[in-house]
Design a protein around this ligand. Structure first.
Ligand SMILES: Nc1ncnc2c1ncn2[C@@H]1O[C@H](COP(=O)(O)OP(=O)(O)OP(=O)(O)O)[C@@H](O)[C@H]1O
Ligand SMILES: [Mg+2]
Length: 238
C-alpha cells in the first residue's frame, strides 16, 4: 500500500442514541479518509462525538447508518464474530486510563493480547520484551501497574498496543491523564512509531495543542466535521 492511499474510508456515518423519548445525533453524517501510514487527530470539545466516531471505526459500536471501510473491508457490515477477528488481526488500542490489569506486571500486560492469538508463552515474553525495549521501559518489566507513574503505565499501554503488530492504532485521549512534559514525550513516541513502523494512528483529543502533533486533523462539532487540516491535494477529503 502506498503511503497516501486510504486505509480507512468513512462515508456519511451517523449514530443516533435514543435516551427515553430523546434522540441524540452523536454523529451526524461524517465522511473522511485516513491515508495509510498517517497520524490523524479527531479534535473537538466534550460531547462533540469523538469517542463515538473512534468506537465506530474500531468496530466497537454499530453505526445507525453510513459505511466504514478499513483495508477494503466493510466494518459496518461485519457480525460480532467477524469484528472480534478483525480487531484481533488489525487493530491496537490505547486508552486514556491505560486499562492495565492490576494483578499482572508490565511485561505480562504487554504480552496479554498475544494470549488470544494462541502464541506460546516464551514467544509472548520475547515479543513483549522487544516492544518494551523499543518504548524504553524494559527495566520496568517486573513492575506492577500500581508501582508505575502515569507516563510509565501509558508506555506499557503503548507497548501492549504494538505487541500485536497492528496496522492501525486507535487512541482515545491517550495523554489525558498525563502532565504536559510526559504528554510531549508520549506524543513524540507515538509519532516515531507511526513513522518507523509504518502504522496508522487515529487519536482523539479535546486539546488543539495535542492535535497539532498529528499530520492530519479533523474537527468535529455536534457530530459534524467543521474543519480539515493537513490533507494534501491528491488525497481524497470528502
Ligand atoms: N451510550 C450512549 N448512550 C446515549 N448517548 C450517548 C452514548 N454515548 C455517547 N452519547 C452521547 O453522544 C454525544 C457524543 O458523545 P461522545 O462520547 O462521542 O463525545 P466526546 O467527543 O468523546 O466527548 P468527551 O471529550 O467528553 O469524551 C454526547 O451527547 C453523548 O451524551
Ligand atoms: Mg470521549
Amino acid at each position: 500500500m502506498s503511503a497516501s492511499s486510504p486505509i480507512i474510508s468513512v462515508r456519511n456515518l451517523k449514530k443516533i442514541y435514543r435516551i427515553g423519548p430523546n434522540r441524540v445525533h452523536a454523529l451526524d453524517g461524517i465522511s473522511f479518509d485516513v491515508p495509510g501510514g498517517s497520524f490523524l487527530a479527531i479534535v473537538g470539545t466534550s460531547g462533540s462525538g469523538k469517542s463515538t466516531c473512534l468506537n465506530m471505526l474500531a468496530g466497537l459500536e454499530r453505526p445507525t447508518s453510513g459505511t466504514v471501510r478499513i483495508l477494503g473491508k466493510r466494518i459496518d457490515q461485519m457480525d460480532e464474530r467477524q469484528l472480534v477477528r478483525f480487531r484481533r488481526e488489525h487493530v491496537g488500542f490505547i486508552f486514556q486510563s491505560y486499562n492495565l490489569i492490576p494483578s499482572m506486571n508490565a511485561e505480562e500486560n504487554v504480552a496479554m493480547p498475544l494470549i488470544f492469538r494462541g502464541i506460546p508463552k516464551e514467544q509472548r515474553q520475547a515479543v513483549a520484551r522487544k516492544y518494551m525495549e523499543k518504548i524504553g521501559i524494559l527495566d520496568q518489566a517486573t513492575h506492577m501497574p500500581n508501582q508505575m507513574s502515569g507516563g510509565q503505565q501509558q508506555r506499557v499501554g503503548i507497548a501492549r498496543a504494538l505487541a500485536v503488530n497492528p496496522d492501525i492504532i486507535f487512541a482515545d485521549e491517550p495523554t489525558g491523564n498525563l502532565d504536559s512534559h510526559t504528554t510531549a514525550e508520549v506524543l513524540a513516541l507515538l509519532r516515531q512509531i507511526v513513522k518507523e513502523q509504518k502504522k496508522t494512528l487515529v487519536m482523539v483529543t479535546h486539546d488543539q495543542s495535542i492535535a497539532d502533533h498529528a499530520d492530519i486533523q479533523i474537527r468535529i462539532i455536534d457530530g459534524k466535521i467543521v474543519e480539515r487540516k493537513g490533507y494534501s491535494d491528491e488525497q481524497e477529503k470528502h
